[in-house]
Design a protein around this ligand. Structure first.
Ligand code: BES
Ligand code: ZN
Length: 459
């Protein structure tokens, strides 16, 4: 594959856009898909491009090898007596398939309707580059930063950050800081500054059901042996009650109840009403645990999801086959104080107990991450709110997040510090899906936000 610079037919047309956007476009052109080993070289090239960018800004850079994709570190000159702020981001992206549903090439960013369209535009390259360019602008304007800064960028977030926990332990002293800031979360509505103070955790697995030694004629053998496709359907449907509650024994035991002040506060947050959820998702109806709003269900309640399911004939027309195998890919979103390991044990027990007769079951445990919640009114939480207020000219809203950034709780466990989640991702950003996009306005606001944040955190 050519390097992104060689296959850059847009170079001429984007010269009309700002230098900031040109930087982001170059970053977005790397197909740094971390899960796909065919893209390992692109992930590395992206890391090297970042190193060059950060070095050109006058920062001291380090590229660290890991068992998979490199970690990029950059810092300014640290002075005694100043706050140390660590800014985290990830330069890897999710796969682009189904490619046919994209309106333009996912790795050739375009601006249409005031938005940047590309894989990673919001998650996380656009938000991350806003941090980088905010720092660049402050350095250009003031010659220095108000804080000791550590940039920590990884290339494995979308595959569960397998290398980063060990990296943090190994480099704990070099990464000592007072607070961490991340722009990799949601913004409830355009122009509404949003501080996240919680993230859900996650536990993933794949269940495989095996029946006959090979596919069978369903007329000759159907009715005599168990059908793995039917069995996986039954198994998956055992996960939820008809009312939407998760039926895994013990699943809710460690769940910390929602606090009254949160429910009251969230009821006033714009852009997250049940009607908004219907509109954004295009679903014909809402469904979930009784007794909670959509925002509460996604931000503060645990859930079980089927991310993929497969078996049997998928082609045109019919084929009378009794498939030999079936699988389902499952993930469980967790809230404080659930433990991913405990939940996965509960899930395994549930799947084994509910597996229909006549098939063998295998459960492959996948990656996981702990849930996180912090006090949005802490000293640094208030500083983040002040920065949001200043850069958006509006009162920030405080939310928790349905998504997961597993390293955030690991930061707390390893470095002993909390993380400020300064989200710029809109609900229609299509992250992880075709036609991912990021408003140019959010990108520009992110640059201003970074400048205000470092100033506020320095106080
Ligand atoms: N940036 C997202 C998480 C996110 C998005 C949080 C929007 C809140 C609002 C992150 O890159 C992501 O997708 N995380 C994965 C983690 C998983 C692969 C371990 C997720 O949540 O599915
Ligand atoms: Zn993501």
């Amino acid at each position: 594959m050519n390097s992104p610079c060689e296959r850059d037919p847009l170079a001429a047309s984007i010269s009309a856009v700002t230098p900031e956007l040109e930087n982001l476009f170059s970053f977005l052109r790397f197909p740094s898909v971390s899960t796909d080993s065919r893209h390992a070289g692109d992930v590395r090239l992206c890391a090297e491009w970042l190193i060059a960018k950060l070095a050109a800004m006058g920062l001291r850079t380090e590229l660290h090898e890991t068992p998979k994709h490199p970690v990029v570190i950059a810092r300014n000159e640290h002075l005694a007596g100043r706050r140390t702020v660590l800014i985290y981001g990830h330069y890897d992206v999710q796969p682009v398939d189904p490619l046919a549903l994209w309106s333009s090439d996912p790795f050739q960013p375009e601006i249409r309707e005031g938005k940047i369209w590309a894989r990673g535009a919001t998650d996380n390259k656009g938000q991350m580059m806003a941090h980088v360019l905010g720092v660049e602008k402050t350095l250009r304007e003031n010659g220095k930063l108000p804080v000791n800064l550590i940039f920590l960028f990884e290339g494995e977030e979308e595959i569960g950050s397998p290398s980063l926990p060990a990296f943090l332990l190994e480099h704990r002293d070099a990464l000592r800081c007072d607070v961490i800031a991340i722009s990799d979360t949601g913004m409830v509505a355009p122009g509404v500054p949003t501080l996240g103070y919680g993230l859900r955790g996650i536990a993933c697995c794949e269940v495989i059901l095996r029946g006959p030694k090979g596919d069978l004629h369903s007329g000759l053998f159907g009715g005599a042996v168990a059908n793995p496709a039917a069995a996986v359907a039954r198994l998956v449907s055992s996960l939820h009650g008809l009312d939407g509650r998760v039926m895994v024994d013990g699943f809710y035991d460690a769940v910390r109840p929602l606090e009254a002040w949160e429910r009251e506060m969230w009821a006033k947050v714009p852009g997250v009403s049940d009607e908004d959820f219907l509109q954004v998702t295009g679903s014909p109806g809402l469904f979930g645990e009784p007794g909670y709003t959509s925002a509460e269900r996604t931000w503060a309640r645990p859930t079980a999801e089927v991310n993929g399911i497969g078996s049997g004939y998928q082609g045109e027309g019919s084929k009378t086959v009794l498939p030999a195998e079936a699988f389902a890919k499952l993930s469980f979103r967790l809230v404080p104080d659930q433990s991913p390991q405990v939940v996965m044990e509960q899930v395994k027990r549930h799947l084994e107990r509910h597996c229909p007769p006549g098939v063998d079951i295998e459960v492959q445990v996948g990656h996981d991450g702990k849930p996180y919640v912090a006090d949005p009114h802490s000293k640094f939480g208030l500083a983040a709110q002040a920065a949001l207020r200043r850069s958006f000219g509006a009162e920030p809203v405080l939310i928790r997040e349905g998504g997961s950034i597993p390293i955030v709780q690991t930061f707390r466990d390893t470095l002993g510090v909390d993380t400020l989640l300064l989200g710029l991702a809109l609900s229609d950003a299509q992250i992880h899906a075709p036609n991912e996009n990021f408003p140019v306005a959010n990108f520009e606001a992110g640059i201003r936000l970074n400048q205000a944040l470092l100033a506020e955190l320095a106080r």
